[in-house]
Design a protein around this ligand. Structure first.
Ligand code: UGA
Length: 437
């Protein structure tokens, strides 16, 4: 099997590398010349554990290559995956599909008319996009032998390779036997390990992706609000999450209360689904509320740090551990730190911070922050220390050293990675999310 993958962003690069690992000859295409040059030198433009080895191994075996030449890349392939970006459109929150449609047009001009080809949308695209892609291809060039499929991706940053190789399920929107046969052949290794494959229509497949992300965002938002309630009534959200999550109908995952969800997917996808639903006259009020609660939550987190600093941070030094939207990524998109840190600075605090992977990206987003070489440097001489991202290396800090290097041992743990009893035994004034002090 041979495929081309258009777009070497997160989804495109991981999917391309993983398909090549499945034995599929894969060409990844991007317009960004410098990105393709870097990839050809073996440099990986994103931070994803294991991706560098996977790319190197398959490139060496001749199964994976990178080019800017889309027309050459799609010659003779069985399928073309469109994995370009679908950012939120400025102003209205709808997904911006201009890159998807431009790719569809270019593919149509380059396809081999004598060869049946499946065009697959892998980008997260609103309901109706696949049908529009088919229309654009047909209109751009007549006589092509093709089908359009939808094949959304459910991979998480930081765990993307495992999520691709051993997914809970694969969702495929395909409407002809020929298209289904091509998709089955591409995913053959997953059939062999009996991964559930959900075969459905284009529209259903497109909606599954949004409904999945929106449901997970709703689950997180639910437990975040329960955490607030726990604080008022003296209950422990960790135990509440465990107590409800052990019910198989609820499930334990995505019930960690925290600073609010961020990243490149949940904020954008919840908004896009809410807009689509409102537009077709079937508003998803629960999703609209989730979006609103989460935005407000991220904005309110600085207040917890101010409260821990006895009501004012003016002239104080605040240490921050972790700025990325979650651990194991350098991604800063919609990270809670982007709300928290500027607020503290506006209130007169000096902020010093450390993140294992995100500082380069964060530097231009968070001006005025003193960036530190390691966690202990960020802790030195601070009045309050706040953990915003739960990187593993913050879970095992030398607490004695932390306490001695701070001006006052005040810790705000927005990810609940420490135990309140242990922290008070270690001499800290400790606050966390939804747990009694
Ligand atoms: C998410 C989905 O989990 C993937 O299945 C999906 O493929 C991806 O979006 C996408 O659409 O591309 P990702 O954004 O990488 O993946 O990150 P998650 O691990 O889902 O975390 C999202 C946010 O929720 C983070 O800010 C995280 O801190 C927060 N979160 C997650 C919580 O606050 N509590 C939890 O229990 C879980």
């Amino acid at each position: 099997m041979r495929i081309a993958v258009i777009g070497t962003g997160y989804v495109g690069l991981v999917s391309g590398a993983c398909f090549s690992e499945f034995g599929v000859t894969t060409v990844c295409v991007d317009k960004d010349t410098s990105k393709i040059e870097r990839l050809n030198r073996g440099e990986i433009p994103i931070f994803e554990p294991g991706l560098d080895d996977l790319v190197a191994k398959n490139a060496k075996a001749g199964r994976l290559s990178f080019t800017t030449d889309l027309a050459a890349a799609v010659k003779g392939v069985d399928a073309v995956f469109i994995a370009v970006g679908t950012p939120s459109r400025r102003g209205d929150g709808h997904a911006d599909l201009s890159y998807v449609y431009a790719a569809a047009q270019e593919v149509a001009l380059a396809l081999d008319p004598d060869r049946y080809t499946v065009i697959v949308t892998k980008s997260t695209v609103p309901v109706g996009t696949g049908r529009e892609v088919a229309r654009i291809i047909g209109e751009t060039r007549s006589g092509l032998d093709f089908d359009v499929c939808s094949n959304p991706e459910f991979l998480r940053e930081g765990a993307a390779i495992a999520d691709f190789m051993r997914p809970d399920r694969v969702v495929i929107g395909a409407e002809s036997d020929r298209a289904r046969a091509v998709m089955k052949a591409l995913y053959r290794p997953l059939y062999l390990i009996e991964t559930p494959i959900v075969m459905t229509s284009l529209e259903t497949s497109e909606l599954i992706k949004y409904a999945a992300n929106t449901f997970l965002a709703t689950k997180i938002t639910f437990i975040n609000e329960v955490a607030d309630l726990c604080e008022k009534v003296g209950a422990n959200v960790h135990d509440v999450a465990k107590g409800i999550g052990l019910d198989g109908r609820i499930g334990r995952k995505f019930l960690h209360a925290g600073a609010g969800y961020g990243g490149s997917c949940f904020p954008k996808d919840t908004l896009a689904l809410a807009r689509t639903a409102a537009d077709v006259g079937s508003p998803l009020r629960i999703v609209e509320t989730v979006i609103d609660i989460n935005d407000k939550r991220k904005k309110s987190m600085a207040g917890r740090i101010v409260a821990a600093a006895n009501g004012t941070v003016e002239g104080k030094r605040i240490g921050i551990l972790g700025v990325t939207f979650k651990p194991n990524t350098d991604d800063m998109r919609d990270a809670p730190s982007l709300d928290i840190i500027p607020q503290l600075q506006r209130l007169g605090a000096t902020v010093q911070a450390y993140d294992p992977a995100g500082m380069q990206e964060a530097e231009h987003l968070l001006p005025g922050v003193v960036w530190c070489a390691d966690a202990y440097a960020a802790i030195q001489d601070t009045d309050v220390l706040a953990i915003i991202t739960e990187w593993n290396e913050f879970r095992a800090l030398d607490l004695d050293r932390v306490r001695r290097s701070m001006k006052a041992p005040v810790l705000v743990d927005l990810r609940n990675i420490y135990n309140p009893d242990d922290m008070s035994a270690a001499g800290f004034t400790y606050t966390s999310i939804g747990r009694p002090a």
